[in-house]
Design a protein around this ligand. Structure first.
Ligand code: SF4
Length: 87
């Protein structure tokens, strides 16, 4: 299992935990939903891309530490690196 698959598996597990606890994924939690609701915002689009980089989708959350993972991103060659959220 590669890193992306492992992260997707964690995200699915987190989603199942939220569903079992009766929680719903709201726009507040989901950066893809936020970007889709604000199509003119470049900042929200960048944040959504970073969110997706750690396994998040419109339906699935990344693992619990996704904000810290984006903050600590180790890919300075990425074109979004200087613009990523949570720095
Ligand atoms: S800046 Fe980092 S977290 Fe954001 S898209 Fe690029 S590699 Fe992924």
């Amino acid at each position: 299992m590669n890193l992306t698959e492992a992260r997707m598996q964690k995200a699915r597990g987190r989603l199942e935990q939220m569903k079992a606890a009766g929680e719903t994924i709201t726009q507040e939690h989901n950066l893809v939903k936020k970007a889709n609701a604000n199509p003119g915002s470049k900042a929200k689009a960048i944040a959504a891309m970073c969110y997706q980089c750690f396994g998040g989708t419109e339906e699935e959350l990344p693992d619990a530490g996704w904000k810290e993972e984006i903050r600590g991103c180790t890919s300075p060659a990425c074109a979004l690196y200087q613009h990523r959220p949570y720095r």
